[in-house]
Design a protein around this ligand. Structure first.
Ligand code: ATP
Ligand code: MG
Ligand code: MG
Ligand code: MG
Length: 575
């Protein structure tokens, strides 16, 4: 590619709404261009990165035996009604109508459609196992789209779905995917961790997230440096001993207001037993305007000690709490714009009512905990101006230094960006949609499923969070928009420079190197600044002076200075 033919558009200033470095740099480097909230154009430079991510994913998915297809972005609501998700899934699901008033959804994921395909196509055990995948546009009406491609509303996901005859075969398919994911993330050249994730009631231990390690990540992950134990905070807490940590202040329990706020009262209201596991319950009411947009949310947080599944509790059944809906902690995090994890399994000494605008959500000095001695934490702060993971860790059931569940050492906590997720589904969807196959005895059996996602467009953002400096992006070779840039200095003045640049460019191309020749005629300073911002990992500079000795200058994006290399040796340097 020649830069004069390509499209390069860099900016000095980052957009005002860009909070994280990847969003700033992707915009400044001209990789993306905002169209609306959480909706971006993938500009030519950015699309090259996305295509490379896709190519690696596609290659490894194919290698793992998955088969590619494409499902529609716009999907009939009927299928989503079969599983109940049309009603159940919150406002993240974009529902639309056609000219006849028929309901559709814009796919946030595709379990329903793939299960519909499977129930028609996978009729016999002889056709199993099967794994279908697509690399396709998704839409999730995220409550707080932000951080550029990191949390977009429209984004690209690779989603795969496995179909098997029984749980053990399904678990084997899950393991094939978990291994394929390791190969994929190894190839991206990023530092990542596969962590155990909560799989709800069905999956047992069969859910893992692939987290790119970055201080700005939205997820807290717990790992043991002495062993291979790693889990996301949610999962780690689910296994940890009950009881929020922090400064336990017994005296405060005396001031706790009795009434409907106590755990016992709430438990009684909900008709659940008080037992040993601490879980938090979040109730929220939304105030909407005439257009149906949420203008205000009121949130009540209560702490329950009870071993039960919150999703099973139907709020409508609870006297005095009609009109509320359950909100997940994630939703609350998003609403307040704070990093997930800031609201852990904490409760309040009385039902504190928060009425907050989308933008104003700073709450200081809360007292959290159950209405029971030694289960309180004081001075809890919520809000988006609290980037102190350590302070947050103190509020959790799991803190750095805890003994690892495998007994191998102490736990450490770091932050990550979820770029992939593998999940054993069991028969959740196949039963709801009556997707069966005939076994050897001609008996219909529900298909055993798994689902596997990769955030194709989130990945470049995660790569940048992990790899950048004050000058710009530093791409790993595997996903760089170009691997090598050839920068001739004074091309218009020197025939030798021009000729060498052209021949080097041709040779590199012939050797299969993804090279761009910067023939725009920019001054060296501006030219170098552009490529450092864009983050091309290898740069070859050609100037008259060193060329006289048959040399050019080579500089890796991480090198402090250039080194002289003979023209003939350049290929070895960049390959
Ligand atoms: P998150 O916890 O970040 O909201 P998720 O758990 O809802 O993600 P999954 O349903 O597991 O996401 O989807 C698979 C993958 O799709 C995620 O691992 C992530 O990489 C990507 N993804 C999810 N939501 C977004 C988004 N809004 N923008 C970009 N990528 C996303
Ligand atoms: Mg999500
Ligand atoms: Mg997640
Ligand atoms: Mg996930």
């Amino acid at each position: 590619m020649k830069a004069s033919q390509f499209f390069i558009s860099t900016l000095k200033e980052a957009p005002a709404d860009a909070e994280v470095v990847s969003h700033k740099l992707m915009t400044r480097a001209g990789l993306i261009k905002k169209l609306g909230a959480g909706i971006y154009n993938y500009m030519p430079m950015g699309l090259r990165v996305i295509r490379k991510v896709e190519a690696i994913v596609r290659e490894e998915m194919n290698r793992a035996g998955a088969v590619e297809l494409t499902m529609p972005v716009v999907q009939p609501a009927e299928l989503w009604q079969e599983t109940g998700r049309f009603e159940k899934m919150g406002p993240e699901l974009l529902r639309i109508q056609d000219r006849h008033g028929r309901d559709f959804v814009v796919q946030p994921t595709s379990e329903e459609v793939i299960t519909d395909i499977a129930r028609q196509e996978l009729r016999s055990y002889k056709q199993l196992p099967k794994n279908f995948y697509q690399i396709q546009t998704k839409f999730r009406d995220e409550r707080r789209p932000r951080f550029g491609l990191m949390r977009g509303r429209e984004f690209t996901m690779k989603d795969a779905y496995s179909f098997d005859r029984d749980p053990s075969a399904a678990k084997a398919s899950y393991q094939v995917m978990a291994q394929a994911y390791r190969r994929i993330f190894d190839r991206f050249g990023l530092t990542y961790r596969a962590v155990a994730a909560d799989s709800g009631a069905i999956g047992g231990d069969l859910s893992e997230e692939f987290q790119v390690i970055a201080a700005t990540g939205e997820d807290a992950i717990v790992y043991c440096p002495q062993s291979d134990y790693a889990a996301n905070m949610e999962k780690a807490e689910a296994l940890a001993p009950a009881g929020p940590r922090g400064t336990a202040v017994q005296a405060l329990t005396k001031t706790a207001t009795p009434g409907k706020s106590t755990c016992a009262d709430v438990a009684e209201l909900l008709g659940v037993p008080l037992s040993t596991t601490v879980k938090s319950l979040v109730l929220a009411t939304d105030e909407t305007n005439e257009a149906g947009e949420i203008v205000k949310t009121q949130v009540w947080l209560l702490l329950l000690r009870g071993d039960h599944d919150m999703n099973e509790i139907k709020v409508a059944k609870v006297p005095g709490l009609e009109g509320f809906r359950f909100a997940t902690l994630g939703e609350i995090d998003e609403h307040f714009g704070c990093k997930p994890g800031y609201l852990g399994p904490i409760g309040l000494k009385k039902p504190l009512k928060i009425v907050a605008d989308r933008e104003v959500a700073l709450m200081a000095d809360w007292i959290c905990g159950a209405n029971e001695p030694d289960f309180h934490t004081t001075g809890v702060n919520w809000g988006r101006d609290l980037p102190e993971p350590d302070a947050v860790a103190d509020l959790r059931n799991v803190v750095a230094g805890d003994r690892s569940p495998d007994g191998q050492g102490e736990l450490a906590i770091e932050r990550g960006i979820e770029v992939g997720h593998v999940f054993y589904l069991g028969t959740k969807y196949s039963r709801a949609m009556n997707a069966t196959f005939l076994d050897e005895n001609g008996k219909p059996q529900p298909l055993e499923m798994g689902c596997y996602g990769i955030g194709i467009t989130r990945l470049p953002a995660a790569a940048i969070e992990q790899n950048h400096d004050e000058r710009g992006i530093i791409w790993p070779d595997a996903i760089a928009p170009f691997t090598v840039v050839v920068c001739p200095v004074g091309m218009d003045r020197s025939d030798a420079v021009k000729a060498t640049a052209e021949s080097l460019y041709t040779d590199l191309l012939a050797a299969g190197v993804d090279v761009i020749l910067d023939d725009r005629g920019e001054r060296p300073g501006a030219m170098f600044a552009d490529w450092e911002l864009i983050g091309v990992p290898h740069r070859v500079t050609i100037g008259d002076k060193s060329l006289k000795d048959g040399m050019v200058e080579y500089q890796h994006r991480r090198d402090a200075a250039a080194t002289k290399v003979a023209v003939a040796d350049i290929l070895a340097h960049v390959k």
